[in-house]
Structure formats: structure tokens, C-alpha cells
Design a protein around this ligand. Structure first.
Ligand code: PEP
Ligand code: MN
Length: 243
């Protein structure tokens, strides 16, 4: 269903409850993939918006890690403190678009890294050069290049009807530099109607995988509900669209 070395990271925009994430785990298990989004700390535009479960979610992550030793958890860190809080409980450390040029964070993650990989998303107005230089903060601190996975999540574009546009050439160029590159068509379109079309295009272009936001009940997703797919939609996509 998915190619052997590909990385398919599925799950909600935010961890909301034990019950919610167990439904995602069932989906991931049925697909034979193993990477799950487990976002605890959300960088939100408005301070009034849900900021993620934060430390309250850590017991859930720990419990599920013990129950499902073959699953791999991916979580975003926005600060050194957040890295320290999650470092022993997750497999991939995500540095999001807003922190791609948080140089002190990049250096700290680089120095204290002992994980399967670090996922570095491109900032939504970052140039190719800025993205590549950001990777050097990680590798200069000691992370092997093979462990740096890059994620294209689109650029902000006022003329786009959704306000964002995925930059496939940017992602192809990152691949030419020898990095694994995955595509995030969820933040890259901000509209569930287009997510799977661009996911399909990404796989046709031989990228190394996808990051897709999904939720047991997308309409009720506390964050990014407009782009969340149902678990059934994701399941059908993987069963029907990819060899
Ligand atoms: C995310 O993946 O949860 C996220 C916030 O994405 P981005 O950093 O690309 O906005
Ligand atoms: Mn999101």
C-alpha cells in the first residue's frame, strides 16, 4: 500500500484526548504505517485559541508508547523546554514552519538529539537558501543528514484562493540536495477538498511521504478543522491510490 521506505505521518492537528488518538492508532495500524502526529504544543496565531494539551498530554503519550511499542510518535517543539519535556517519549522531533529559523532551538535540538529523525518544515515565506541553511544548524550540531527529513507545507500567497500554495519545485530541489522530503498537503491547501488531490500528486512525483491531518470527527477538530480529513477518507486514499 505504501512504499517500504516512505514516511506517512497521519493524525490530528492537536492531540485532544486518549479516545481521539486511539481511533487514529486503529487507522494507522490498519494501513500498516507507523507514524502518528501527536501534537501537544501548538503555535497558534491567536493567544485565545487552544494552545494544545501541553504537559497534560504527556501521560497519554507515555501510556500509548508502552502499549504500542512499534508505533512512532511525531511531535512539534517550539522551545528548548518543550524539547526536554517530550524528548524521551517521541521518535521524531518536528520543528514547524514558524520555528524554521529559530536558530537557538535548532542548535539545542541538534546538540541534544537522540531520535529517529528531525522533521524540519519550510517556513511559509522562507526561501530555498534559508531552508537549506537551517538544515545546517542541525547537521553542524551533529545530526546525520539522513536523519533530517524536510517537509514542504506551502507558502503564504495572497492571490491563492486558500491563502497558501504548495511549492513542489522547492521540494524537488530539496530532494536534489539528497534530503528525504515529505509533503504536507493539509497545511499546504487549508481546505479538505484539495488535500487528497495534492497528496496523490505528491506521490506521483516520488516524494518520500506525506503528512496528513485527520480526525475521527473532522468538524469538531479543535484546531484546523477546515482541513482535517475523516479517518475513512484517509483509509480509502491509501487503499485505492497507492501501490
Ligand atoms: C503542524 O504541522 O502542526 C503545523 C503547525 O504546521 P506548520 O508548522 O507547517 O504550520
Ligand atoms: Mn494543523
Amino acid at each position: 500500500m505504501t512504499k517500504k521506505d516512505q514516511i506517512h505521518i497521519l493524525g490530528p492537528c492537536s492531540l485532544e484526548s486518549d479516545e481521539q488518538i486511539r481511533k487514529v492508532i486503529n487507522l494507522v495500524s490498519s494501513l500498516g504505517t507507523s507514524y502518528i502526529r501527536m501534537p501537544l504544543f501548538k503555535p497558534r496565531t491567536s493567544p485565545d485559541s487552544f494552545q494544545g494539551m501541553g504537559v497534560q498530554g504527556i501521560p497519554i503519550v507515555k501510556k500509548l508508547g508502552a502499549e504500542y511499542p512499534t508505533l512512532k510518535f511525531v511531535t512539534e517543539v517550539c522551545s528548548e523546554r518543550q524539547f526536554d519535556l517530550v524528548k524521551d517519549h517521541v521518535h521524531i522531533i518536528q520543528i514547524g514552519a514558524r520555528n524554521m529559523q529559530n536558530f537557538e532551538l535548532l542548535k539545542y535540538v541538534g546538540k541534544n538529539f537522540s531520535h529517529e529523525a528531525v522533521l524540519l518544515k519550510r517556513g511559509f515565506s522562507s526561501t530555498f537558501k534559508e531552508w537549506m541553511e537551517a538544515t545546517r544548524y542541525l547537521t553542524n550540531a551533529g545530526i546525520a543528514r539522513e536523519k533530517v527529513i524536510l517537509c514542504e507545507r506551502g507558502s503564504r500567497l495572497m492571490s491563492s484562493p486558500t491563502g497558501v500554495v504548495l511549492d513542489f519545485v522547492m521540494a524537488l530541489k530539496a530532494k536534489e540536495k539528497g534530503f528525504k522530503v515529505i509533503i504536507d498537503p493539509s497545511h499546504g491547501t487549508k481546505d479538505r477538498k484539495y488535500v487528497l488531490k495534492l497528496a496523490k500528486a505528491s506521490l506521483a512525483m516520488d516524494f518520500d511521504g506525506l503528512m496528513i491531518e485527520c480526525h475521527p470527527n473532522p468538524e469538531t477538530s479543535i484546531s484546523d478543522s477546515e482541513q482535517a480529513l475523516s479517518l475513512e477518507e484517509v483509509k480509502n486514499f491509501y487503499f485505492s491510490n497507492h501501490s
